[in-house]
Design a protein around this ligand. Structure first.
Ligand code: PLP
Length: 397
């Protein structure tokens, strides 16, 4: 028997090398700082300020009264999958078999993780835009893959270009991952720019994971669901959910729609890890799909008013702002202040008690920008703008 102390006998560190590769979320650090302060106006967290519409909450409450407290099928309740299948047919003319091509997940967050673990082999590459949603790259790394970042810029409306993707395709490329509309920029990739991306996927036999969680939050433009493009349904993993459109972030529910082969693989992981989304939340999601359209339209109307005010306000104070056409984020340039994104966000929080997220939390190409979430009251947006004006005037170069 070895006489060496246990710690010296261990061949590897305590934690996994894959996890060690991940840097802590840049967003979290700001929220921790924010939590220690009072009277802060937060344009930080990316979630609706609305409460979930009453009829959706009521459906969940009623399900509890009726005793819905069990596990459901791993795929999700049959009624929910049928309703989702109907919804995808009515909205996109896409026919997904509710018994084999749809999986109810615990938010798009789980959908992303499952999708990556289901398709990525060690060393596979997944191409994605920079900046992008904070979870994309970590999910690829945790699955054993390598994220390949494609820079995007304000000059190109923060749209990932087909040519830039193609230049990065190698024998190891497995998939392209995009968010449309995008977090943090609010960019919506139009159909004519998606078509050549789909063409690359077809020619190189790549999968496309499309995170369309903001698909319903669109202002004056059309949103094209990637799976509707010619021959793309089979090779697209469509991820979406209820958090943003129905103001249901805390409920934790989303879905994946894909080929039966991919859904079977994702379900294998889901059944051993999550088992199923909570039953009362699934009942609420059925209600949202059946009767939630009017509530979504009302919230979109509100977001649009706020969007116009914040974009104009930011431009007026000298923070030039690309016009976001989706989601609920403005992504102004702060380059005129001479500060880095982190300096800007930190100083603004400390000096004026306004929380925004540094663009670098979403990738290197976010340097020079900050993300301002406008899913907050008009009064708060206006007060935040006047505090930001004071801050920018004081730090003018
Ligand atoms: N995808 C994007 C682009 C997001 O912005 C978010 C949340 O901010 C998520 C996924 C996570 O969504 P969910 O609440 O469904 O897990």
């Amino acid at each position: 028997m070895s006489t060496r102390p246990r710690s010296q006998r261990r061949k590897y560190g305590l934690t996994s090398k894959r996890v060690e590769q991940l840097s802590p979320s840049g967003i979290r650090r700001f929220f921790d700082l924010l939590a220690s302060m009072e009277e802060v106006i937060s344009l930080g967290v990316g979630e609706p300020d609305f409460v979930t519409p009453w009829h959706i909450r009521e459906a969940a409450i009623y399900s509890l009264e009726k005793g819905y407290t069990m596990y459901t099928s791993n795929l999700g309740m049959p009624e929910l999958r049928q309703e989702l299948s109907r919804y995808l047919r009515d909205n996109y003319e896409l026919g997904y078999n509710p018994d084999s091509e749809l999986l109810i997940t615990v938010g798009v967050s789980e959908g992303l993780d499952l999708a990556m673990r289901a398709i990525v082999n060690t060393g596979d590459e997944v191409i994605m835009p920079d900046p992008c949603y904070v979870s994309y790259s970590p999910c690829v790394i945790l699955a054993g893959g390598t994220p390949i970042m494609v820079p995007t810029s304000e000059e190109n409306n923060f749209e990932i270009s087909a040519a830039d993707i193609e230049a990065r395709v190698t024998s190891k490329t497995k998939a392209i991952l995009i968010g449309n509309p995008a977090n943090p920029t609010g960019a919506v990739i139009p159909k004519d720019k998606l078509l050549p991306i789909a063409d690359i996927a077809r020619r190189h036999k790549l999968l496309v994971i499309c995170d369309e969680i903001y698909a319903k939050l669109i202002y004056g433009v059309e949103h094209t669901c990637l799976a509707t493009l010619p021959e793309m349904k089979e090779s697209t993993i469509l991820l979406s959910g209820f958090s943003k459109a129905y103001a249901m972030t805390g409920w934790r529910i989303g879905y994946a729609a894909a080929s039966a082969e991919v859904i079977a693989s994702m379900t294998k992981i889901h059944q051993y890890t999550m088992m199923c989304a909570p039953i009362m939340v699934q009942v609420a999601a059925i209600e949202a799909l059946k009767s939630g359209d009017a509530s979504v339209a009302e919230m979109v109307e509100e977001y649009n008013q706020r969007r116009l005010i914040i974009v104009q306000g930011l431009n007026n104070i000298g923070l030039s702002c690309f016009e976001p056409r989706g989601a609920f984020y403005a992504f102004p340039s702060i380059k005129s202040t001479g500060m880095t994104s982190e300096e800007f966000a930190e100083n603004l929080l400390i000096e004026e008690k306004v929380a925004v997220v540094p663009g670098t939390a979403f990738g290197q190409c976010g340097e020079g920008y900050v993300r301002c979430c406008y899913a907050t009251s008009l009064a708060d947006i206006e007060e935040a703008l006047s505090r930001m004006k004071r801050f920018v005037d004081r730090h003018k170069k």
